[in-house]
Design a protein around this ligand. Structure first.
Ligand code: HEM
Length: 544
């Protein structure tokens, strides 16, 4: 890229010929002046000058990448390299697909005393903006493969996802190409439960991310994928990638017939098809056992009737995993059916929601839909058990997302509080602001530590005993994480002030996350139910 001196840039100092410098990069903004949402004058005032500080005051990194970099014409001084302009999402270069058979060799990383040396500092260095093991802390949970994975994930999300989240969210549509890129990188395999079930290994269209092999994969790799994806600060994006997949595919993988797996698994893990879990009804949410959708035995098929509400990705899914009543009242009469969207009598419409835009939240109706008997998942009337098995994994996913989103609130607000000045000093110099951060940080770090401890149990305890031992703590942790998220979203929004009251701009992520809190606090078991369940489960071990 062309190199300029500060003096050369200084000559382009008026509205007809306007260059500015931001972080050593030179931009010709002449044609952009009339379009600049912040106005022409502010830019002309900085014509020919270094506007790094002013730029950072009003914009986020995504604006630089999406709007700024295409106007870059050079760099200052002897700098010879810079970030190349990123093309629009549709044309952006896709990551090289992870072929199933050949895994990329994992680079060797120096780990002495777990994490040290060149890899011991990772991320932007904003205090508590990343988990402590990203920043010099020792940890017993991670090895070289995790370190490599977090870098692969961060590079991907920073380049292909975060800069476009605002645009996609406002359009309430996430391009299908995003899902395909995630599939090719191996993310869908990593977060769907498919990597830990050997029965579907021959059906996987792509390998795992970062050169991971199935035998080396553990729940902490899954955690890193979900955590790094969630750093984009858009629950809508995360759920458009995995909101259906991570909860609807496990019943198929774990209890479906071989034929069913062959039909469903390759399509959804390659991002070609979308699968969605349909449990909740207009009048049955956390109280799953009282659901009213019925599937009546009619010989070689079931006749399905009922309504499902708030179904993630349902608006555009190809398959639904539907919980329905095939037996008597209560939990013993529930089955799971795989229902193709194309079946006559199946209709879905998008719902208008507070947040999670683009994730296809839907209302679905089944009206005399004839579902072949071969679409029964597992055994008749065993559906409640399958749902419960799934719930712990689902809740852990929610915790991973909610806690990273709480962390994003800290990271974004912290960055802002270092720059924004009030009463002559940066915000962070005010004790009242530091107090807010302290309370956010202690909750996020505590949640993270408990999550890691539970994930270690998932990794090491016998599978059969996990539901009994971990169901209660996972329920409590879910409530802990969503209350933490709610707290941090509120405090970050307060720190940003008016900036977080309007959509877009420096507080873009915080404003959006503030509207997405309820989507975490309610589904997968509301906070009220989770807290009670956690205590009730613990009572089973006590003689009263
Ligand atoms: C490469 C250079 C620049 C680009 C690409 C750019 C782009 C943008 C964009 C896209 C927005 C809309 C943000 C949103 O609402 O989401 C914006 C707003 C704004 N920009 Fe810039 N800008 C640049 C340089 C500057 C500079 C140097 C200044 C100040 C000296 C400035 C001041 C502002 C202000 C005050 C706003 C309104 C912020 C608000 O709504 O709170 N911009 N800019």
């Amino acid at each position: 890229m062309q190199t300029y001196t500060v003096e050369q840039v200084a000559q382009h100092n008026n509205a007809k010929d306007c260059w500015i410098i931001v972080d050593g990069k030179v931009f010709d903004v002449t044609k952009f002046l009339a379009e600049h949402p912040g106005g022409k004058k502010v830019l002309v005032k900085m014509a020919g000058k270094d506007a790094s500080k002013q730029f950072k005051n009003f914009h986020n990194d995504a604006i630089m990448q999406r709007v700024g970099l295409p106007m870059q014409i050079g760099v200052i001084g002897d700098a010879t390299t810079t970030d190349a302009p990123t093309a629009a999402p549709a044309a952006a270069a896709a990551p090289a697909p992870v072929k199933k058979s050949e895994s990329t060799p994992t680079p060797t990383y120096s780990i002495s005393g777990y994490l040290s040396g060149a890899d011991s500092k990772f991320g932007e260095g904003i205090p508590y903006g990343d988990p402590s093991w990203y920043q010099e802390w020792n940890s017993p949970y991670y090895n070289e493969s995790h370190i490599h994975l977090r870098k692969v994930m961060r590079d991907f999300v920073d380049k292909e996802i975060t800069p476009y989240c605002h645009e996609w969210s406002e359009a309430k549509a996430i391009p299908r190409s995003v899902l395909k890129k995630c599939a090719e990188l191996g993310i869908l395999t990593a977060i769907s439960g498919a990597a830990t079930n050997p029965s579907v290994a021959p059906l996987l269209p792509y390998g795992l991310p970062a050169g991971l092999t199935l035998d080396k994969f553990d729940i902490f790799h899954e955690f890193i994928c979900v955590d790094e994806l969630s750093r984009c600060g858009s629950g809508g994006l995360v759920w458009a990638v995995e909101g259906g997949l991570a909860i609807a595919l496990p019943p198929v993988i774990n209890f479906g017939s071989e034929e069913m797996k062959k039909t469903v698994v390759p399509g959804v893990l390659s991002g070609e098809k979308i699968i969605s879990l349909a449990i909740t009804e207009p009048s049955a949410g956390s109280d799953v056992a009282s659901l009213a959708t019925t599937a009546v035995d009619a010989g070689d098929h079931f006749v399905l009737n009922g309504e499902k509400k708030w179904i993630t990705q349902g608006a555009y899914a190809d398959y639904y995993v539907v919980a329905c009543r095939t037996g008597g009242a209560g939990m013993a009469g529930i089955s799971l059916l795989l229902v193709p969207r194309t079946l006559e009598g199946v209709n879905a419409r998008a719902m208008d929601c507070q947040g999670m835009w683009g994730s296809g939240t839907s209302f679905i109706t089944f009206e005399d839909a004839k579902v072949p008997k071969s679409n029964l998942i597992g055994k008749l009337n065993e559906g409640f058990k399958y749902i419960m098995t799934n719930f712990n994994h689902e809740r852990l996913g929610i915790v991973m997302q909610a806690n990273r989103m709480a962390r994003v609130c800290i990271e974004e607000a912290f960055k802002h509080s270092l720059k924004r000045e009030t009463f002559g000093v940066p915000l962070i110099q005010h004790p009242v602001i530091r107090n807010k951060f302290g309370h956010c940080i202690r909750q996020v770090e505590a949640t993270h530590a408990w999550l890691e401890s539970i994930l270690f149990q998932v990794k090491t305890l016998p599978h059969e005993s996990q539901a009994k031992v971990l169901g209660g703590p996972i329920a409590l942790l879910k409530a802990q994480s969503t209350q933490t998220f709610e707290y941090c979203a509120r405090e970050a929004a307060q720190i940003f002030g008016g900036l977080a009251y309007t959509r877009g701009g420096v507080a873009e992520k915080v404003e959006r996350l503030y509207r997405e809190v309820r989507a975490y606090a309610i589904p997968g078991g509301s906070e009220e139910i989770m807290i009670d369940l956690g205590v009730r489960q613990s009572l089973k071990k006590v003689k009263l």
